[in-house]
Design a protein around this ligand. Structure first.
Ligand code: BG6
Length: 477
């Protein structure tokens, strides 16, 4: 009977821009997340032209992890974390993104942060680019639509690989690189790739070009990383939302297949080192004439990843819309799944989908997997005595862990670890809210920016502590 690895990487996940704050400290530059205002469940976050007076930019303060990380990591250690996934804010190292020399104060911050983790035997798991590219690269270069950005990124990657080669073993290149498959989403194009689409541009074509440059940059980074330290394990990071056919009608099934291809071809390139045939044919039929060189194709083939990091929160469903052409457009082609419930934010809750996803990845790529995000965004109630009874969060996580274990123990998936999202409350990427909380640790900060920033343990803190202690055997309250 299979079981979870003995050295299973239980932990938690965050991203620099969502919790560090200190947006101008010690020479940090402005990132794309610094120009995003607060939204809510009904209103998208705004993207302003630079940082303007009179707006609420929630990432500027985050939860002030920059100054409080030692106490927070102590709490992670108390839960028994073996790993801690965070990102390196590119703008702390290269404030504008196109400098030759790095900012020493930024490098020192991550030295101190990783040392603090290692003090408790917590392995840092580091994402190089998590929705926080330098804003200067957007205004001066047009974001990832510009080939020059490949060189800026690999320079950044090489700098941090060298600096932290003895402190960090696990890396990922681009967070949820495939969100931009939804090329109508201004949010995804901007956060993934620093793209602002102009009136005369075809957003799908621009997305394919930008994603190509990112995939080349990722492949080059893998190669560089391995030269610096052959023991590095460098993964991709895919946002996995399985897309089911709404019915068994053949046209619905075919539509769902195209939907999966459209959302996950990024993983084909990361893992197989080449483009899938359907996509090459589609791009040819669209006359996109993308800038893809033979040297790029050689890079892609040479820089495949060691493991698949992925997030899993929800599943989707789609159905045939009667169009003559087989095309999936995420903005318009999703339908509600009548068999699952949804969170207050409309995210469909589907634990079985996690087992499906793990099997799907395994069948397609035969690589180790790492669940680097999973979690339940919910409003928490602080009781008069300060306690927080978040049984809904435990319930969500438990159901997902049951399916995760089945995928390993019954289906033979090789799983490296599990780092649930937002192990400490932080700023929501999608809405900019604090009230969409994921943490085991509550942070006293509200959507309007008020609050003491004090930390307190939720019920889920003690539950997860026991889960880790028993290596996932005991999932009870
Ligand atoms: C993933 C991201 O999309 O989901 C995180 O990698 C994000 O950055 C997380 O925070 C949860 O999404 P949200 O919108 O609830 O913060």
């Amino acid at each position: 009977m299979g079981q979870l690895r003995k050295n299973f990487l239980w932990g938690g996940a965050v991203a620099a821009h969502q919790l560090e704050g200190a947006w101008q400290a010690d020479g940090k530059g402005v990132s794309v997340s610094d120009v995003m205002t607060a939204g809510d469940v009904d209103h998208q976050r705004g993207i302003t032209d630079g940082v303007l007076p009179g707006y609420n930019y929630p990432n500027h303060e985050g939860i002030d992890f920059y100054h409080r990380y030692a106490a927070d990591i102590k709490l992670f250690a108390e839960m028994g974390f073996k790993s801690f996934r965070t990102s390196i804010a590119w703008t702390r190292i290269f404030p504008n993104g196109d400098e030759t020399e790095p900012n020493e104060a930024g490098l020192q911050f991550y030295d101190d942060l990783f040392d603090e983790c290692l003090k408790y035997d917590i392995q840092p798991v580091v994402t190089l680019s998590h929705f926080e590219m330098p804003y200067h690269l957007v205004t001066e270069y047009g974001g990832w639509r510009n080939r020059q950005v490949i060189g800026f990124f690999t320079h950044f990657a090489e700098t941090v690989f060298k600096r932290y080669q003895h402190k960090v073993k696990y890396w990922m290149t681009f967070n949820e690189i495939n969100n931009q498959a939804n090329y109508h989403s201004q949010f995804s194009l901007f956060t993934n790739s620093g793209l602002k689409i102009t009136a005369d541009e075809n957003p799908e074509k621009v997305m394919y070009q930008a994603a190509h440059y990112e995939l080349v940059a990722s492949a080059q980074a893998v190669k560089i990383g391995k030269q610096i330290n052959p023991d590095f394990e460098i993964g991709c990071m895919i946002a996995m939302c399985p897309i089911y056919p709404l019915t068994a009608k053949p046209e619905d099934v075919l539509k769902a297949e195209r939907a999966m291809q459209t959302r996950y071809w990024f993983a084909d390139v990361h893992c197989h080192g080449r483009y899938p045939e359907w996509l090459l044919q589609y791009q040819t039929n669209q006359n996109y004439n993308l800038d893809i060189t033979d040297a790029d194709l050689a890079d892609l083939a040479a820089g495949t990843v060691d493991y698949i990091g992925f997030s899993y929160y929800m599943s989707f469903a789609t159905k045939d819309n009667g169009a003559a052409e087989l095309h999936y457009d995420e903005e318009h082609d999703l339908v509600p799944n009548p068999y699952v419930e949804a969170s207050e934010w409309g995210w469909q809750i589907d634990p079985v989908g996690l087992r499906y996803a793990m099997n799907w990845f395994n069948d397609h790529y035969h690589l180790p997997e790492f669940i680097v995000e999973n979690g339940f965004g919910a409003v928490d109630q602080v009781e008069a005595d300060g306690s927080i009874h978040d049984s809904y969060r435990v319930d969500y996580l438990r159901k997902h862990l049951v399916q995760m274990k089945k995928a390993v123990i019954e289906d033979g998936v090789d799983l490296m670890g599990y780092t649930p999202w937002g192990c400490i409350d932080l700023v929501s990427a999608g809405t900019g809210q604090m009230s969409k909380r994921y943490g085991f640790i509550y942070v006293d900060k509200q959507d309007d920016g008020s609050g003491t920033l004090a930390r307190s343990k939720k019920d889920s803190f003690y539950w997860y502590q026991k889960v880790i202690k028993t290596n996932g055997q005991d999932l009870t309250d």
